[in-house]
Design a protein around this ligand. Structure first.
Ligand code: PRT
Ligand code: ZN
Length: 303
């Protein structure tokens, strides 16, 4: 039975986010940028939505998939690594899928990787046969080993995975890596990626069938609007008519130049650019005849 059909109808959407940790602040900022605001309760575990009927539950990231599965929360912001691990563990236990990633959120990027002692000469997965691999992601690792047709021993640890080879409790590790500094500090080197991860908005596998459905659709549309304008900049400038074609050639990655009505001989122009517009690039445009250059960040879009 789906969570939506077993739970009583609710008219407020509930989103689980990490209480503290790497994903806590970016998750809150992103939801605030979607127009949500909250009154924080005294115990600081529940934030009542003020601008919209969308409440927050502040929890440990490990609990987020289960809260969605149980219908306690409708959505959650969690690392794909955590969601995928728990989804694979459910499948191994013969349970039906209960949540899915709905949107990548563009923060919390990291990779789940195999890392071996520096002195190893890595030749590929076959080398793992009979080895002990320490990890906090036993289900993802077991599924990957099975795909590779390799039999190795999975040593499950809840933390400090990177010191396992030094302690002699494992031969290598499977852990999250972002800068690689932790591996290097422990004389380990990354050799194989099992999962590219980032924070995702996770939701139920079955559509909601009450007032929350509309709220969820609105939130997803706003998130899409934000991701569309991320890194987009509106470039405005003026130029003499005879310089316009040369300036357009300097902006091959921008949308076609839009001419705005202007007084006198100069033409007012604007275009939407992807990515950063460096000072260097603006100076180059200036040398080619652009004047009154202005770069504006784009905040929202419902295009
Ligand atoms: O208390 P709670 O259970 O909520 O938090 P937590 O301690 O379990 O999670 P937290 O806040 O550490 O991480 C939350 C999520 O952030 C993870 O599930 C990932 O999706 C994401 N994330 C992004 C990372 C990293 N980057 C990361 N580098 N999570 C952990 N790390 C650790 C990694 O395990 C290793 O110990 O950082 C170390 C490696 O970092 P580098 O930069 O040295 O490579
Ligand atoms: Zn955790």
């Amino acid at each position: 039975m789906s969570a939506s059909s077993s739970a009583p109808a609710r008219d407020r959407l509930r989103i689980a986010i990490q209480k503290s940790g790497r994903l806590a602040d970016p998750a809150r900022s992103l939801l605030a940028a979607c127009g949500l605001s909250w009154r924080q309760s005294r115990d600081k575990l529940f934030c009542f939505g003020e601008s919209l009927p969308v409440d927050l539950l502040l929890v440990r990231d490990d609990d987020i998939p289960g809260l969605i599965a149980d219908g306690v929360c409708d959505l959650g912001v969690v690392g794909l690594n955590e969601l995928d691990e728990q989804a694979k563990a459910r499948r191994r236990a013969g349970l039906a899928d209960a949540y899915q990633p709905l949107r990548g959120l563009g923060f919390g990027q990291c990779r789940l990787m195999l890392a071996v002692p520096d002195e190893w000469d890595w030749q590929g997965p076959a080398q793992l046969a009979g080895k002990r691999i320490a990890t906090s992601y036993p289900a993802i690792l077991a599924a990957w080993l099975q795909e590779q047709g390799v039999e190795a021993q999975v040593v499950e640890l809840s933390g400090s995975v990177e010191i396992a080879p030094k302690l002699g409790t494992a031969d290598l590790i499977c852990d999250l890596v972002s800068s690689g500094a932790t591996l290097a500090a422990n004389q380990l080197k990354p050799v194989q990626t099992l999962l590219d991860s980032e924070a995702v908005l996770a939701g139920p596998v079955h559509a909601l069938d009450d007032a929350r459905a509309g709220l969820m659709a609105m939130l997803l549309r706003r998130l899409d609007g934000l991701s569309k304008v991320q890194d987009r900049k509106l470039l405005m400038f003026s130029a003499a008519e005879e310089r316009v074609d040369a300036l357009a050639r300097l902006l091959p990655d921008a949308e076609p130049l839009l001419r705005l009505p202007a007084e006198g001989g100069a033409v007012r122009l604007q275009t939407m650019c992807n990515g950063a517009l460096s000072w260097q690039r603006l100076e180059e445009l200036e040398r080619a005849g652009a004047q009154e250059l202005m770069v504006l960040a784009v905040e929202k879009s419902l295009a």
